[in-house]
Design a binder for this molecule. Structure first.
Ligand SMILES: NC(=O)c1ccc[n+]([C@@H]2O[C@H](COP(=O)([O-])OP(=O)(O)OC[C@H]3O[C@@H](n4cnc5c(N)ncnc54)[C@H](OP(=O)(O)O)[C@@H]3O)[C@@H](O)[C@H]2O)c1
Length: 257
C-alpha cells in the first residue's frame, strides 16, 4: 500500500458532497490539500477544520472549473510545496433537470457540458502537463453510472459522464509512458447536494430520489477514492462502479414493499 502522507492532492468541488468527503479522507491520511470550488466561505470553513483536526497544510482557491484562464493561471502560480501535484481528483460536476430532451432547458445543457466535460478537461490539461514532466502522478475522475447507461431525462448528463469515461480511457493511453495513473470512480446514487442542485433547489423532489432506500454517502465514495490512491506503484485501478445495495442500475432500485 502506498502512503499518502505529505502528498499534494488537488480536489475540485471540495465544498460539498463527495469532494468534501474526499478532502477529509485524504487529510486523515496526512496528505496536503489544495481544495477548490466556487463557495469561498465553505472552503475557508473546511480548510480551518482540516488543519485543526489533521494538522495538514491546506490551500484554498475559489475557482469555477468553467474558467479555463483562471485554472491555467492558478496552476502556473503554484510554488513551494504546492507546485508538484501528486494526485488530482476531478470531482466538480452537476446534473440539471430530469426532463425529456425536447422539454428540457438548454441552459442546463450548457452548464453540464461546460462543468462536467470542459471543466474537467481544463483542469486535467493544466495539471497533467506538470505530472508528465515529472513522470509522476495520479488522476482520479468521479464519473457516474450515467457514464455506462442512458436514462430518460438524462440525455445530457449521461452524455457528459460518457465523455468522462472516454476521457479517462484516452488519458490512460496518453500517459502510459509517463508513470501517471488514471482511474475513474463511478457511483450510483449518493446522497449529497446533487439532487438539490439538479432540481434547482426543490427539496421535496430531491428527497424523493432517496425515498425508501439507503443511498451511498460521500464518505463511501471517498473510501473508494482512497483505495485507488493507495494501491502499490505497479497497480492502476482503471474503473470502479459503486452502487447502493438497493440499486442495481439507473432504472432498478428496490424501495421496499
Ligand atoms: N450524488 C450522486 O448521486 C452522484 C452519482 C454519480 C456521480 N456523481 C458525481 O459526483 C461529483 C460530485 O457530486 P456530488 O454528488 O458530491 O454533488 P454536490 O454535493 O452538489 O457537490 C458538487 C461539488 O461540485 C462543485 N461544483 C459544481 N459546479 C462547479 C463549478 N462550475 N466550478 C467548481 N466547482 C463546481 C460544487 O462546489 P461549488 O458550488 O462551491 O462550486 C460542489 O463542491 C459530480 O461530478 C457528480 O456528477 C454524483
Amino acid at each position: 500500500m502506498e502512503s499518502l502522507n505529505g502528498k499534494v492532492v488537488l480536489i475540485t468541488g471540495a465544498t460539498a458532497g463527495i469532494g468534501k468527503s474526499c478532502s477529509y479522507a485524504f487529510a486523515e491520511e496526512g496528505a496536503n490539500l489544495i481544495i477548490t470550488g466556487r463557495r469561498h466561505q465553505k472552503l475557508i470553513e473546511i480548510s480551518n477544520d482540516l488543519k485543526t483536526k489533521f494538522n495538514v497544510k491546506v490551500l484554498t482557491q475559489e475557482l469555477d472549473v468553467r474558467n479555463r484562464t483562471a485554472i491555467e493561471s492558478f496552476i502556473e502560480s503554484l510554488d513551494g510545496v504546492w507546485k508538484n501535484i501528486d494526485i488530482l481528483v476531478n470531482n466538480a460536476g452537476l446534473g440539471r433537470g430530469l426532463n425529456r430532451l425536447y422539454k428540457d432547458n438548454p441552459e442546463g445543457w450548457e452548464e453540464m457540458i461546460d462543468t462536467n466535460i470542459k471543466g474537467l478537461l481544463y483542469m486535467t490539461g493544466a495539471v497533467v502537463k506538470g505530472m508528465a514532466e515529472r513522470k509522476s502522478g495520479h488522476v482520479i475522475n468521479i464519473g457516474s453510472i450515467a457514464g455506462h447507461e442512458a436514462y430518460s431525462g438524462g440525455a445530457v448528463y449521461c452524455a457528459t459522464k460518457h465523455a468522462v469515461n472516454a476521457i479517462t480511457k484516452s488519458l490512460r493511453l496518453d500517459t502510459l509512458d509517463k508513470n501517471i495513473k488514471v482511474s475513474t470512480v463511478d457511483p450510483g446514487m449518493v446522497e449529497t447536494e446533487f439532487s438539490k442542485v439538479r432540481f434547482y433547489g426543490d427539496e421535496e423532489k430531491a428527497n424523493n430520489v432517496y425515498k425508501g432506500m439507503t443511498p451511498l454517502t460521500g464518505d463511501d465514495i471517498a473510501e473508494t477514492v482512497i483505495f485507488c490512491a493507495t494501491r502499490p506503484k505497479h497497480v492502476n485501478i482503471n474503473e470502479i462502479i459503486v452502487m447502493p445495495s438497493a440499486q442495481a442500475s439507473a432504472f432498478f432500485t428496490y424501495r421496499g414493499e
